[in-house]
Ligand binder design. Structure first.
Ligand SMILES: Nc1ncnc2c1ncn2[C@@H]1O[C@H](COP(=O)(O)OP(=O)(O)O)[C@@H](O)[C@H]1O
Ligand SMILES: Cc1ncc(C[n+]2csc(CCOP(=O)(O)OP(=O)(O)O)c2C)c(N)n1
Ligand SMILES: [Mg+2]
Length: 345
């Protein structure tokens, strides 16, 4: 083991960046005061961080998966705007006794996810810079840049009554994985079905390719905080109501039932269990699975509205419709916006 405190900063940076892909649009990459790149079209920028104890715990830390998650949550935001990712700025604070091998694993996860997005969208996604600091708690803050053709960005504000509502990827699986982790399960010991849910929490895999098949959506959002909260944002931005169809959510709910049984069992026997769950009162496996699907966001599924006559394209499933009004409902019954919020409200 070699601790970071035994190495110099520039040595650490060059070690972790050995896999950084060559990219024609990068004129000056990591190593100068700032990066110089050549974007084509309009610049799209977003930032998202992962903070120890808020977004993950040391207890279930896997550095490679943490890197994948950090890249995925930023790339999902850029791509949900309809943009091609252009590059990542990676700012990192870690304890100075961190093993360099762990940091290399983190960057390997970042590069793997950036490559997955690049393959889906036919572009190269390099790391163009960042910052490194020492801290008791691990914090990874990424700024992702992308480019989009003039007037081609997908916004939250264009949904129209009568449009259909579609989802690419999943919702609820990462929330199920989180409750399994809080219930004491670990990916190393869980069976394949529950392990897949834990893996979605630890390293979500957004369906970037679906953003190529979507055609022209009237509105789009990356579901990071849960359908109930994120669709309420679309409803507010578009001045519409949104009705989810429970029958169309069945394919998302049913695969979560075994995990819901496990979590309810652990809670019933007084184990850890609901340290962070938003469902509070779920009494049955079906209620709990539904609450994961409505309020669980970290899968980074994409929700989009489009005229219902428009073919939804490969990777998209219909989950509801846009109507007049201003709230989100499930089969006509209002759904409270109780997705995730860092400050509790
Ligand atoms: N500290 C901040 N300073 C400025 N803008 C911010 C800050 N935090 C969030 N925002 C902006 O507020 C909006 C909502 O943020 P957030 O809920 O994190 O969005 P998302 O779910 O897409 O990541 C975004 O446009 C984001 O850029
Ligand atoms: C230890 C721990 N507690 C709680 C959560 C749940 N959680 C943390 S962030 C988040 C939502 C998404 O994160 P956010 O920073 O809001 O992403 P953004 O909306 O900005 O993309 C959820 C459900 C978690 N993953 N790990
Ligand atoms: Mg954010």
């Amino acid at each position: 083991m070699t601790r970071l405190s035994e190495l110099g900063e520039s040595h650490i940076i060059s070690r972790v960046l050995t896999r950084n892909p060559e990219s024609a649009h990068v004129i000056v990459g990591p190593g100068d005061d700032a990066a110089v790149t050549a974007p084509e079209g309009r610049l799209v920028s977003t930032a998202d961080m992962l903070v120890e104890n808020e977004d993950f715990t040391r207890d279930w830390l896997d550095w490679d998966l943490l890197g994948r998650k950090a890249a995925a949550q930023n790339l999902a935001d850029v791509c949900a705007m309809g943009a091609d990712p252009h590059g990542l700025l990676v700012s990192l604070a870690v304890p100075d006794d961190t093993d360099i091998a762990d940091l290399e694993a983190l960057y390997s996860g970042l590069f793997d996810e950036a490559e997955r997005a690049g393959t889906a969208l036919e572009c190269t996604v390099p790391i163009i810079g960042g910052d490194l600091s020492s801290s008791g708690l691990i914090v990874i803050a990424i700024t992702a840049l992308g480019t989009v053709r003039e007037d081609a960005a997908f916004l939250r504000s264009g949904a129209q009554p009568g449009d259909a509502l579609y989802l690419a990827g999943t919702v609820g699986r990462a929330a199920a994985g989180l409750d399994l982790l809080f219930a004491g399960l670990r990916r190393e010991t869980a069976g394949p079905e529950l392990r897949a849910l834990i893996d979605t929490q630890l390293a979500p895999r957004p369906d970037y390719g679906a953003l190529r098949t979507v055609g022209t959506p009237s509105a789009m959002i990356d579901v990071s905080d849960g359908l109930s909260l994120d669709l309420a944002r679309v409803a507010a931005a578009s001045g519409v109501g949104i009705d989810l169809d429970r029958a169309l959510l069945r394919d998302l709910i049913d695969p979560l039932l075994p995990a819901a049984e496990v979590v309810l069992d652990v809670r019933a026997t007084g184990g850890a269990g609901d340290a962070d769950s938003s469902d509070g009162r779920a009494a049955t496996a079906d209620d709990l699975a539904l609450s994961w699907v409505l309020d669980g966001g970290e899968d980074h599924g994409f929700a989009a509205s489009a005229p219902s006559r428009q073919d939804p394209g490969v990777g998209w499933r219909r989950i509801g419709e846009i109507r007049t009004g201003h709230d989100v409902s499930l089969d006509g019954t209002p759904v409270p916006a109780s997705g995730f919020s860092h400050f509790g409200k």
